[in-house]
Design a protein around this ligand. Structure first.
Ligand SMILES: C[S@@+](CC[C@H](N)C(=O)[O-])C[C@H]1O[C@@H](n2cnc3c(N)ncnc32)[C@H](O)[C@@H]1O
Length: 205
């Protein structure tokens, strides 16, 4: 594993036991609603969740789907395993890097991730993997925070980024909408209710 990947993975391993506590206020006020909006768009039978983390999205998994999920942080995945057992969630959890997914081409009807591409070390490589494993006609759904379009705020985000990466492993200056558009999808739609920083992204293969 490359040094940068190792660093990000170690950050998530370190914060895994506190992750849900750290995000609790934002989750209740804001993220919960956005997750509901995103998961309402899931369709098809075989669904892949990338960067599953501690399993915060388990509550939104559709009943009649075959769920597969991956994360590269053993400690985050351990939290997800415990939640899976506690809540009796039907999901196949895998320790796997998004940048080199061990799934065949065209495997999934929907590939979904929330707040993941802020931290994937090589985001274009990861997004191309999502495209590869998505079936033709299938969809990739992402909820991501991105660099602001407002110049002053964007400058501040660039300036603060190294500190945030060092602390929690997430970049706050990613251009994920542009990156998804560069992957070859038939169309990419950004949910109209998305604000300046939080984006609901739908991409159809
Ligand atoms: C900010 S957390 C989000 C977790 C979860 N999706 C959520 O909404 O709470 C980002 C997650 O992505 C995982 N991650 C980042 N880069 C990854 C990669 N290249 N492969 C697999 N997982 C990755 C991290 O380990 C972490 O669990």
């Amino acid at each position: 594993m490359k040094a940068n990947s190792l660093l990000i993975k170690q950050r998530y391993d370190r914060i895994a036991p506190y992750f849900e506590g750290l995000e609790a206020v934002m989750e209740g006020l804001f993220f919960k609603h956005k997750r509901q909006q995103l998961w309402a768009k899931v369709d098809g039978y075989h669904i892949l969740e990338v960067g599953v983390g501690t399993g915060k999205n388990f509550a939104y998994y559709p009943d009649n789907a075959r769920m597969t999920a991956v994360d590269f942080s053993p400690a985050m995945l351990k939290q997800a395993e415990q939640k899976k057992a506690r809540k009796q969630v039907n999901v196949d959890l895998n320790l796997m890097d998004i940048e080199s997914l061990c799934f065949a081409d065209n495997s999934f009807d929907t590939v979904i991730g929330t707040f993941v591409f802020c931290s994937v070390p090589l985001p274009m490589r990861g997004l191309k993997e999502l495209y590869r494993v998505c079936k033709p006609g299938g969809q990739v759904l992402l909820l991501e925070h991105v660099l602001s379009a407002r110049p002053v705020l964007a400058r501040l985000m660039h300036w603060l980024n190294p500190l945030v990466v060092k602390l929690v492993g997430a970049n706050i200056n990613r251009k994920t909408v542009r990156n998804v558009k560069a992957c070859g999808f038939v169309w990419v739609r950004i949910n109209e209710g998305s604000g300046d920083i939080f984006k609901l992204i739908e991409a159809r293969k």
